[in-house]
Design a protein around this ligand. Structure first.
Ligand code: GLA
Length: 756
């Protein structure tokens, strides 16, 4: 709800309120962002008399919380807007003109759906240049963006147009940002918020190096208590965010796209992308849940909200580039037998693609590998009861390709640029390139009944030069690229609404809220090791709900870490997201195939819970985690232990998201206890000596079976959440008793909660 009372504006969301006012001098002064209040008439306005400060007719911008800022404003904190005016001046003084309700969204950019929008119009004092600030209250978010309108009759330049600014009162804050690299995305970094801390990407993509998300928390905030503010961007290109502590302790957050140099002719306007701000008084869990709801209800396209996602088998980690029709059909047969629903033909299917040095751009099936192409493959897979999915990387071109030979001038940057994965980026700012990229994918989709596209992007933007634009406009290229990308994504998703698009960029190199507006899910990481995924997924859950995270069970030893983890742990972690398999199914033993079949059956039986349940994390130590997913009716938890300790007390697990007054049965899912797991220890009991690894040892393993006794108890939701319940009884270094769980490294158990 938006309330306008004289010159005071209050935006209320489900649980929060955001307030600002216009000062007598026409400056938008920030007043409050916190829990909803019964009234907003007496909000404090802390303002120091700052010695040596700059004044605007009595207002002291440096000591004032503001809604936007620009150079020359009398404020030393990072600014939100930077323009070069016709006389070359960069000092801008924007003053309030009027406000209105609006349904405007940024042009050509992704945006949140729904909510109520307020538009505040400010005018530069000396020039007819306007700054429009947009605020949308939607779900539990305040979505902000802005527009510069040039009515001054001469061209100006936009050097910076960030999306949001949030000035917080003095306090003891922490800043958490999410950093990483290829195959180790989303590692949280929490720092005391002093000085200036930056989170950004200068590589033209939102990037695995530093995600767009930032979380500011009071020093005393924890999982369930305390004040937390978050900001995240709906943008897929380079970005910039800064948390800055002023000399007076006030904290300013600014966030938006990376700086640029955009020539804005007279009569035109320029839009920033949207940023979404969140406040939660109930700690990190509250903020996370608000963000998950926002993503699922305001960002994901309506047709995909709550739409069950298929279980895929992807060819990459089983066949790599060596795929063929025969191998794919074999994989498809196995995929159908275990209950998977889509076979995704990953990289390697198009003409000339025998390794990653060539052929990107030539999106035609290689007849030698795939005789009859996708139409024939799809028809054969259909007979097996499985759909076809296809991997593409259409933003790229290899030097050794027909596309490059025909259109070498379509690349972004110079030929001698720093390369990534032996490929160039196509200049998506150009209309003819956008049309070509659209057609390359549309042709594939028209050729056969393809239900799923994995859209990859495997290098960053380094040299953002385009011969298609004059020297004076080269500073626009990186943003034009993103606008071109969105244009193509929009057309494809509108024209092929039945196709599920999964975003990917060497794993999580572009996993942002902008892409999610078009592609409802993404491949989180090229690291498919369960242990690595336990960290990577933990990072993503901060702002990305399980329904957006594509998580696959892969082979062991794992192809990225060479680590061997139990098959059930790989499944338990993958099913807290969109389950898939990415391994050579033909190489699995009969026992493993049966286990995988059971896993898929379990996942299918509870698909709405696994994909759209509310996520909770009640335990996250260096050694263990406990995640839960809940719906009104059922709940599931996974307890994952990295290295079990001998002679340790059982961990008490705390549920979350249950109904306090309801009664629940809790049941663990037992795993097979294998004799082999005990190695030479079996000789303590065996009547004959069993040499570890010998045929006799293996034979004994087939004959002697132990049953793990499931944990089973009934308690109130209140008790399970407040007092908790013990993990299954497990072997911990002393005597093994009948029914104990034999948990080794990287081991896990699922717990089911059912209302009674
Ligand atoms: C990227 C993706 C992988 C796979 C390969 C194929 O690395 O992240 O999943 O598709 O490309 O080249």
């Amino acid at each position: 709800m938006i309330t306008i009372d004289k010159s005071c504006f209050v935006l209320e969301t489900e649980r929060t309120a955001y307030a600002f006012a216009i000062t007598a001098q026409g400056l938008p002064r920030h007043l409050y962002y916190g829990p909803k209040l019964p009234d907003y008439s007496a909000l404090p306005i802390p303002q120091a008399t700052v010695g040596g400060a700059a004044f605007i007719e009595g207002d002291q911008p440096e000591s004032m919380a503001q809604e936007c800022s620009a150079p020359g404003w009398g404020d030393s904190a990072p600014y939100m807007v930077s323009l070069v005016l016709p006389d070359g001046g960069t000092a801008c003084s924007f003053r309030y003109v009027h406000c209105e309700r609006s349904d405007q969204v940024p042009q050509g950019l992704p945006h949140a759906q729904g909510g109520e929008t307020l538009k505040i119009v400010l005018k530069e004092q000396s020039w007819d240049v306007y700054l429009e600030l947009y605020y949308t209250a939607v779900e539990d978010a305040i979505v902000r963006w802005c527009r510069v309108v040039n009515d001054c009759g001469e061209a100006i330049r936009v050097r910076r147009l960030l999306s949001a600014q949030l000035d917080l009162p003095r306090g003891d804050y922490r800043l958490t940002t999410y950093r990483g690299a290829w195959a180790r995305e989303m590692t949280p970094l929490t720092q005391p918020l002093h000085g200036a801390l930056v989170w950004d990407s200068s590589f033209g993509i939102s990037s695995s190096r530093c995600n767009t998300l930032a979380v500011v928390s009071h020093a005393d905030a924890n999982e369930h208590e305390g004040s937390v503010w978050c900001t995240n961007l709906l943008y897929s290109g380079g970005h910039y965010g800064c948390a800055h502590e002023s000399p007076f302790g006030r904290v300013r957050l600014v966030q938006g796209m990376a700086d640029l140099d955009w020539l804005l002719p007279a009569g035109e306007h320029f839009d920033s992308p949207q940023a979404a701000l969140f406040y939660a008084s109930d700690g990190f869990a509250g903020a996370r849940q608000a963000m998950h709801r926002f993503v699922e209800r305001a960002l994901i396209a309506p047709a995909w909200q709550q739409a069950p996602r298929p279980i895929v088998v992807n060819s990459w980690e089983s066949l790599y580039f060596r795929l063929s029709r025969a191998k794919l059909l074999q994989l498809g047969k196995e995929a159908a037998a275990i209950g998977a629903e889509v076979l995704v033909v990953d990289d390697g299917w198009f003409i000339g693609r025998k390794d990653d040095k060539r052929a990107l751009g030539d999106w035609t099936e290689d007849e030698k590998k795939l005789p009859g192409g996708f139409p024939r493959l799809q028809a054969d897979l259909k007979k097996l009861g499985i759909d076809l999915g296809v991997w593409v990387e259409p933003e790229m071109v290899s030097e050794e390709s027909n596309l490059f030979r025909a259109h070498g001038d379509w690349i972004l940057g110079h030929r001698n640029q720093a390369m990534g994965r032996n490929q160039f980026v196509l200049d998506l700012g150009r209309t003819e390139v956008q049309n070509h990229v659209y057609e390359s994918v549309a042709r594939i989709l028209r050729s056969a009944d393809i239900r799923y596209i994995k859209w990859d992007m495997n290098r960053c933007l380094t040299d953002t030069f385009s011969p298609a634009l004059p020297a004076s406009r080269q500073g626009e290229i990186a943003h034009r690229y993103v606008l071109g990308l969105y244009q193509v994504c929009r057309r494809l998703t509108e024209d092929f609404p039945h196709v599920l698009f999964e975003g990917c960029a060497s794993g999580g190199n572009r996993p942002d809220w902008g892409m999610l507006c078009y592609f409802p899910q993404f491949w989180c990481s090229d690291d498919t090791d369960a242990e690595a995924r336990s960290h990577i997924q933990s990072g993503y859950y901060a702002a990305y709900p399980p329904s957006t995270l594509s998580c696959h069970v892969s082979a062991c030893p794992n192809h990225q870490t060479l680590r061997t983890t139990p098959l059930h742990s790989r499944f338990h972690l993958s099913c807290f997201g969109l389950l898939g398999y990415e391994l050579d199914l033909t190489a699995l033993t009969r026992e493993e195939k049966a286990a995988v079949r059971e896993q898929i059956a379990l996942y299918k039986a509870h698909r709405p819970l696994f994909q759209f349940g509310q996520f909770h994390a009640t335990l996250a130590t260096g050694n263990e985690l406990f995640w839960m997913l809940t719906t009104g009716q059922e709940a599931v938890g996974v307890h994952y232990v990295r290295h079990p300790q001998p002679n340790a007390l059982p961990t008490v697990l705390h549920a979350a998201g249950l109904e306090g007054g309801a009664s629940y049965t809790v049941r663990s899912v037992p795993q097979a206890v294998k004799l082999e797991q005990f190695g030479s220890l079996v000789n303590m009991l065996s009547p004959v000596h069993l040499r570890q690894g010998s045929a006799l040892h293996a034979l004994a393993g087939k004959v002697v079976r132990f049953e793990e006794k499931p944990l089973a108890l009934t308690a109130s939701g209140e008790s399970l959440m407040a007092a908790g319940f013990p993990q299954v009884s497990r072997f911990n270094g002393a005597a093994f008793e009948e029914g104990m769980a034999a948990m080794g490294d990287w081991d896990s158990r699922l717990y089911w909660f059912e209302k009674v």
